[in-house]
Write a protein that binds this ligand. Structure first.
Ligand code: NA7
Length: 529
């Protein structure tokens, strides 16, 4: 069978865009299908007020093009969603990507035809295309989770999900607003919504840890220095577990004398950002060490929040860093405002949404607008929305019923010529997504090139290699505290989702080394036919 393209790529976020560019460079044909009207993925959909990246902008950027690195000017330490979206659009223009992207088109099914060794892909616009490879670039946090709270459809006012925010923006001036959720999206948006709304009521199921961003405009001298030393900074970042260039203190928190420990935490706190978790090397390995960091952050809440009862409610009880740490600007301060109320719903779920608000713990709350900051069906949600069928017509949804299993987080037994960029089983969400994406894209592009050179048509992992990798992912998860709480990393936010720690937590360098060994040994663990 002749195919329409060498590869179909699903999604035009940072992964899909670079994949297209890389395949073109190597002389392959590719078509990207993208549900949105534009490029940018996460940064196209998540337009809620205050949306920002929590990795510093100079690091949350592509490194495949030295020219791009030099010409693009980030303006703030942590880039806003509009700035990142401008960057994505700049990349699309600069590398002339749009002509191979079909926008406003969602892939609904991808079925592997075993006689033709090709994928047959269908879209919601009626396209039927055939390609040798399907490469998913759908993002890890792109399938918004709207919880099934009774009465949701009864609410008379507008309902907004942070993960699918209206493009024209929302002005809450003079409105009363109810927010469900206190994850990263809520923590970023609540301070801004509170400045507009006449009253904001926040419904909190689990209090979350957050560290200050200390965001600021970037100093041009600093930017010059970064640009002069970009390769060195990228190399350092690549050698760190999260693929982010910050210094990890090798000491153990619990073994460090208290005064010294406090100094380290204070130093990191005043610097701001996710590097707080690198204050000591064992914060996610040792309960006692973790508690020292947790207590430090808890004490900060009481320094900021004036009402002790509210401070107590805002105080997280669980392990710090178990759920993803948030990075904020003025979050706790917001609860000192007279127009903000915190409602604790930790002991009983919201009873129902009503026409005028919601009912929780036997009490009615009224508001004009409802904001769902309720997160995503992470890592597998977007993948499993597409009806992906491999050998024998087996559906990925069935194959992963007990949880995702993959080889390197990139490929799945029974699904030949399918690659999942930043898929479950890869470091993905535990790292800086941009370098992780680039590493996967380069792996895939090199693999396709090798296959072409060797005259190989089909690549598929073998069961034994996949089982071994799944074992490695599980073993790595078991030694950290991160696998112990009810986070979206383990699917706990989605009722009925199997509890599996989905990302590979062995660190970016170990993961790169594993991929390099596989390639060096002639694509070890794969059957090439
Ligand atoms: P998160 O971090 O998953 O946060 C979702 C929030 O919504 C969290 O506080 C949840 O409480 C809450 N939630 C979810 N369902 C309900 C129901 N049914 N009732 C009450 N509260 C609920 O999503 P975000 O969008 O904030 O952030 C996702 C990632 O994006 C983030 O980690 C960064 O990587 C960027 P829970 O904690 O489950 O009790």
């Amino acid at each position: 069978m002749s195919t329409d393209f060498d590869a179909v790529i699903i999604g035009a976020g940072f992964a899909g865009m670079y994949m297209l560019h890389r395949l073109r460079q190597k002389g392959f044909t590719a078509r990207v299908f993208e549900a949105g009207e534009g490029v940018g993925g996460t940064w196209y959909w998540n337009r809620y007020p205050g949306a920002r990246c929590d990795v510093e902008s100079v690091q949350y950027s592509y490194q495949f093009s030295r020219e791009l690195e030099q010409e693009w000017e980030w303006t703030e330490r942590y880039a806003t969603q509009p700035e990142i979206l401008r960057y994505a659009n700049h990349v699309a223009d600069r590398f002339d990507l749009r002509r191979d992207i079909r926008f406003e088109t969602r892939i609904t099914a991808a079925v592997f035809d075993e006689t033709a060794n090709a994928w047959r892909v269908e879209t919601d616009k009626g396209d039927r295309v055939a390609a040798r490879f399907v490469i998913t670039a759908m993002g890890c946090l792109s399938s918004p989770n709207t919880p099934k709270i009774p009465g949701l459809e009864d609410f008379k006012g507008p309902t907004y999900h942070t993960g699918n925010w209206p493009h024209e923006g929302v002005d809450f001036t003079g409105k009363t607003v109810g927010v469900i959720g206190t994850g990263s999206s809520a923590i970023q948006s609540i301070p801004i919504m509170a400045q507009q709304a006449s009253h904001l009521t926040v419904f909190q199921r689990t209090a979350n840890y957050t560290v200050p961003a200390h965001n600021r405009p970037l100093d041009p001298a600093y930017v010059r220095q970064v640009k002069a030393n970009y390769p060195e900074m990228r190399r350092r970042a690549r050698s760190k577990p999260a693929g982010i260039d910050f210094t990890i203190n090798p000491a153990s928190a619990i073994a460090t004398p208290e005064a010294e420990r406090r100094r380290e935490f204070e130093k990191r706190w005043s610097y701001g950002g996710l590097g707080f978790m690198a204050s000591f090397s064992d914060l996610l390995l040792n309960d006692d060490s973790n508690k020292t960091a947790a207590d430090f952050v808890r004490s900060k809440i009481f320094e900021v929040v004036k009402d002790p009862r509210t401070a107590e409610l805002l105080t997280p009880k669980n392990i710090i860093g178990c759920k993803r740490l948030c990075v904020d600007t003025g979050y706790w301060e917001t609860f000192n405002r007279p127009n903000v109320t915190l409602v604790d719903i930790s002991d009983a779920p919201i009873e129902r949404i009503t026409a005028s608000g919601l009912r929780a713990r036997g009490q009615d709350y009224a508001f004009d607008c409802l904001v769902l900051a309720t997160g995503f069906d992470a890592m597998t949600g977007a993948l499993l929305k597409v009806d992906i069928r491999g050998r024998g017509g087996v559906a990925l949804r069935d194959k992963w019923r007990e949880g995702p299993k993959s080889y390197l987080g990139l490929t799945v037994v029974g699904f030949p010529n399918l690659f999942t960029i930043t898929g479950p089983g890869s470091p993905s969400v535990l790292t800086n997504m941009l370098p992780s994406i680039e590493q996967h894209v380069d792996f895939i592009a090199d693999c396709l090139e090798t296959m072409r050179a060797r005259g190989v048509n089909v690549i598929e992992p073998v069961e034994k290699a996949q089982e071994a990798w799944v074992g490695q992912v599980g073993d790595a998860a078991n030694i950290t505290l991160r696998s112990t709480c009810s986070s979206w990393y383990v699917g706990a936010n989605i009722p009925g989702k199997p509890r599996v720690f989905m990302p590979y937590i062995g660190g970016f360098p170990a993961y790169i080394a594993a991929c390099e060994t596989v390639v060096k040994n002639g694509y070890e663990g794969f059957a090439l036919a």
